[in-house]
Write a protein that binds this ligand. Structure first.
Ligand SMILES: [Zn+2]
Length: 295
């Protein structure tokens, strides 16, 4: 059996996989975000419960492909640490660590919505906007692990639907006008507030849009204008042919269909089949991606 984990800011999800990629054992525990010893103990306990030769981890935060250093604002006890090496020393096991968005894309490429595509640009539309590029089953890591992270860096906003200039919101990364500020779940709420002057959560907005409510529908159309343009540009730049979507907004089927239509309308080469599609592996994508990454 191989032990794999999906480390998030709230929970660590650990599972033991058989060689057939099926989960045999699984445990979910709160993440001890500020306590390294407790963090190590979560894995030591799992190794006791499900003996293994290797550990593969998908984690929130950037993973430097050279030194293995993790940058994670949400989990201070691993921030700045060469996580694979430190866990390997503590557990006396080989440990592999990959970024969780990259793991999502690896999983969808191997066993999910992007099977059969050589080049996959997967995106996360959730608490933040993230992404990853996978080519022939391998992560394109980029300098410092930045590959596929399309949420930050200012984009030029514009839409014929906007009743004036598009607002430039401050981003948590210190910049202004990042895609993350309008493309995340909080982002669609900001756009709805800007268009209609009301505070509504992202789930209510997308549900109301699916039910045909005019203001929510306008917000979703506006959102897809603003996110679809940069995404189409990325498909041109990367030559990716499929975009599996993870994160909370992946559950909004109307939004995903509208985003797909907007992206395809912006592609220079006509495409007749869906390009932007919801991921199929749900909350197991990180674990499965860790399994695939562990080879
Ligand atoms: Zn930013």
């Amino acid at each position: 059996m191989r032990l794999c984990a999906d480390v998030g800011g709230s929970f660590i999800d650990i599972a033991a996989f058989g060689s057939d990629a099926q989960i045999r054992w699984r445990r979910k525990t709160p993440t001890p975000v500020g306590d390294w010893a407790a963090f190590v103990a979560v894995f030591a306990d799992a190794v006791q419960a499900a003996p293994t030769d290797t550990l593969s981890i998908a984690t929130a935060g950037l993973v430097d492909p050279i030194g293995g250093t993790v940058t994670s604002a949400n989990i201070p006890c691993i921030d700045g640490r060469p996580l694979a090496r430190d866990l390997s020393d503590a557990l006396n096991l080989p440990v592999r660590v990959v970024n969780d968005a990259d793991a999502f894309v690896l999983a969808e490429a191997a066993l999910g919505a992007a099977q059969g595509h050589d080049r996959v640009f997967g995106i996360i539309l959730g608490t933040g906007v993230g992404g990853g590029l996978v080519e022939r089953g391998r992560i394109v890591s980029g300098t410092g692990g930045i590959g596929g992270e399309w949420g930050h860096g200012q984009v030029v906003h514009g839409s014929p639907r906007a009743p004036g200039a598009v607002p430039v919101f401050a981003c948590g990364c210190g910049r202004h006008g990042c895609l993350d500020t309008i493309g995340s779940a909080r982002g669609i709420e900001r756009l709805h507030g800007f268009l209609h002057g009301e505070a509504v959560d992202s789930i209510a907005i997308t549900r109301a849009a699916d039910a045909g409510e005019a203001r929510a529908r306008a917000t979703v159309e506006y959102y897809c204008d603003l996110v679809g343009g940069p995404l189409a540009m990325l498909l041109h730049a990367t030559s990716a042919t499929i975009v599996p979507v993870g994160g909370g907004l992946a559950n909004a089927s109307g939004l995903i269909a509208t985003l797909d239509a907007r992206v395809r309308a912006n592609l220079l080469t006509p495409v007749t089949t869906p390009v932007v599609v919801a991921g199929r592996l749900g909350d197991e994508a990180g674990l499965i991606g860790a399994f695939v990454a562990g080879g």
